[in-house]
Design a protein around this ligand. Sequence first.
Ligand code: URA
Length: 477
Amino acid sequence: MQSVRIALKNGADFEGFRRAARQSVARDLPPDRVDWSSGAEPSLFGEAVASEGIAPPLSLPRAAGELIAQVVCHRDPERFALLYRLIWRLLHGEHALLEVHSDPLVHRLETMRKSVRRDLHKMHAFLRFRETTDPDGEARFVAWFEPEHDILAATADFFVERFRSMRWSILTPGGALHWDRERLTFGPPAHKSDAPDGDAFEAAWRRYYESTFNPARANPKAMRQHMAKKYWHNLPETAAIPELLRTAPQRAREMIARGAALPVKRDPALAVAAMADQGPRTLEELNRLIAASEPLTPGADRAVLGEGPIGAEIAFVGEQPGDQEDREGRPFVGPAGRLLDGVLAEVGIDRTKVYVTNAVKHFKYEPRGERRLHKKPNPGEVKRYRWWLLKELELVRPHFVVALGGTALLSLTGKPLSVMKVRGAIQFDGVPGYATVHPSYLLRLPDEVTKREAMATFRRDLERVAAMVAAPPSRSS
Ligand code: URA
């Protein structure tokens, strides 16, 4: 029997493929009878599709839809034929085909998907904007990038979301994206010479990269693996790499002496805020870095930042955000926070005047069905967040610091002290403070009598804190 030729547009023609696949299924055309080509002359069938209107949607598993959307971006000329074969099999008795990872077709499509994902990740991470000026005098940030696959459209949401308030253009050999703060438009293929070369933004980027480069993690082999050489010439910071690698061992020793920093996502928007070679100079800069840092544990929606006035009388340090804090993006707003608020009100401490934060900024949990069960951060994790907390307190400059529970105590002192043993007045690096239990500990106590007693002791702790702040002993210098 004669095969039918379908011509789709060049590149990731998702809409074209979807429409043609629906039509082909509606006509009961098995994969062997469909010849998928891309960028060729439109076929008779292609025109027939357009004039005959829309075929009914296909009933595919959700996972198949996601796979198709990514694999159409792959540059393999066989991508449409492979995807149609998958669709055909899913609809003809093999509904769970995607779970059969050993199936050669599934395996090949998964490998293609991985390659597209890697390409997306690289574009998100390594694309660099350079500042230019539009004819009306406004700044436009222009980037040149050479993706391996046709991912330009797939990446648009990411860049719009990130740089909504800027005018920008992304130029690639396969097409261009332009954003004018309201509208996204696609443009024709571009050439590298259409994009400007280095500028001040780039210099800032390089300084930023140098200041966030973690010498303890310098691993030239891994760097080459993650950042293929072909991207290097576009990246201003690569010029800094040889010197950074040369000085890495010495810098690592210095960093260990200071306490380690977290890995930070490379985000051009942060470059402007964090140009300082010495790291963040304001709480706002620090918070932007924390907000952009990778969670140490997978799953957390966001970093939960400290809250309260600079120069607060008291800073309360907890363990880590819980489920509700992670959802709302604010510290101590869940059950433990409500308990703390109640006791603060009873002892006359105004929560709006104190600073509240956590030793660990991301929610660590274990999924249990729909629920997310809190998991205590381990000492290694607490240590890795410690740099942020100490910097935060240095910038907030509270007069008095309260450690709520063992994790806060570990982070503030760097030592695994028992709260029950050191409970009471304490100094944190010369700043007067107090160590007490975490409110969640009180919530977890099983019997009412113990709970009532523990609550009373906690209340007395905070009364003492209020009294110490009201009449501070002479400050140590
Ligand atoms: N527990 C904490 O330690 N911090 C919060 O923000 C919430 C619960």
